[in-house]
Design a protein around this ligand. Sequence first.
Ligand code: 6PG
Length: 227
Amino acid sequence: MFIAMPSEQDYELAAADYLEKVIAEACKTKEKVFIALSGGSTPLPILEELKERDLNWEQIHFFMVDERTVPLNNPESNFGAISEVFFNHISSKCYSMVQEGKSTNEAITRYESFMKDLMHFNHDGFPVFDLILLGMGDDGHTASLFPGTIALKENNKIVVENNVPQLGTSRITLTYPAIISAEKIIVLIKGETKKKVYNEIHTKAETKYPMHKIVLEREDVIWIVGD
Ligand code: 6PG
C-alpha cells in the first residue's frame, strides 16, 4: 500500500499520469486488459484527461464498479456520466450494469455473462480485473458498499443489487470478493474528510468503514490522495 500524493502538481493531472503508466504497463503484457471504473465525481476530470493519452484503447475493456438503478440518460447514471467525458471518445469496449428495457436482475446476468465470456476467473470463481479504480465516500463506503447494507455480507456473487436506505434507493455493485480479486486496486480520494477516513482505516484495528475491509484484505491498495 502506498500513497502517490501529488504535491504541487494538479491532482487530476497527477492521477491521469499515474493511471496512464499503470494501464500502458498492462497493455504491454496482456492482449486484453480489463478495468473496472467507479462512478462519482472524483474520477470524471481524471478520465477526461486520460482519454487524451496515447494508449492502446482497443486492447482495453471497461466495466463498471457500481451503478445507480436509473436509465443511462439520467444525470445520476455513472455509465452515462463516464460515457460523456471518456467512453464516447475512445475506441475501447465498455459494459454497462444497466440495460434499457431489462430488469436489474436481467441486466446483472447479462453483465456477468460478458465477464464470463472474456475474463480470467480465479480459483474462488471471481473475475480478475487488471485494475479496479475505487472512490470512497465520507462515510467510508466504496463501490456501492455502504455502511450497514446487505451487500457487505455477500461473499459468493460477483455483482448484486444493494438496497441503500440512507440514499432511499438501490444500487448495483461489485461485491467485496470481486473487488479484492483484482490484480491492482487504486483508490482516488480528495479532501480533508476523506483523508481523515483514510487515516482511521490505516491506524485503527477496526472501523465501520466498508473500505476498511478491502485494506485489511489487500495491503497493496494504492491511494492517490489530493487536497
Ligand atoms: C458512486 C461511486 C461511489 C463513489 C464515492 C465517492 O456511484 O457514487 O461509485 O462509490 O466512488 O461515493 O464519490 P465522489 O468521487 O463523488 O466523492
